[in-house]
Unconditional design. Structure first.
Length: 199
């Protein structure tokens, strides 16, 4: 009698494993060795954020603005997004603005490129959790070198939902800000700017 019971338990365990939802796992995977410490860029052009497969309702402009604000707090100087879009090609590293007076092409010190790859809202109605995955890279001004890069997945806690939907209220803007903050946490702080200047 024990063998059939054990077999039944095994069948139930296997069945449970097959029906358990496979939720994303928060993780961070460097995609490029960081050379920011030696390159020491200051003026950063934040590219237009690209959505490659995440929830289409995520406000990308807000995410971009939050990235720029975070760079300021990490001792970088983000360029105004309007200047980046009109003079630097927006999402095209290496395409700078040429001064007709000097003939010199103006380029930022580096570009911050962020893309959203996937999202998962299945836990949102229950716990307010929203999973978001993406990629972030810092490229040299001419776009020829990746100075820093990372792939990341984050579980963003958007608070009590009270039966609300993800697109109700400020949940998606909050998700954009939280994900931007997670990206900024991973970018090495510009230590050269924080070091005391020689007398």
């Amino acid at each position: 009698m024990r063998l059939p019971n054990a077999a039944c338990v095994l069948v139930l365990v296997v069945a449970a494993c097959k029906t358990t939802p496979n939720y994303p796992v928060p993780a961070t995977h460097p995609s490029a060795a960081s050379t920011l410490e030696s390159a020491v860029p200051m003026e950063i052009a934040v590219e237009v954020v690209e959505n490659r497969g995440a929830d289409a309702r995520i406000p990308l402009d807000l995410l971009r603005d939050a990235l720029a604000q975070g760079l300021i707090e990490s001792a970088y100087s983000p360029l105004d997004s309007r200047f980046v879009d009109t003079q630097l090609g927006g999402a095209a590293p290496g395409q700078g603005s040429t001064s007709f007076a000097s003939g010199i092409t103006m380029l930022p010190d580096a570009w911050l490129r962020v893309s959203l790859d996937a999202s998962d809202e299945r836990l949102f109605p229950v716990s307010g959790a929203f999973f978001l995955s993406g990629k972030a890279e810092m490229l040299s001004g001419d776009g020829s070198q990746v100075l820093w890069g990372v792939d990341l997945t984050r579980r963003l806690e958007l608070g009590p939902t009270y039966g609300m939907r993800l697109d109700d209220g400020a949940f998606l803007p909050q998700a954009a800000r939280l994900f931007a903050a997670e990206v900024i946490k991973l970018i090495p702080v510009r230590r050269a700017a924080l070091a005391p200047k020689p007398l």
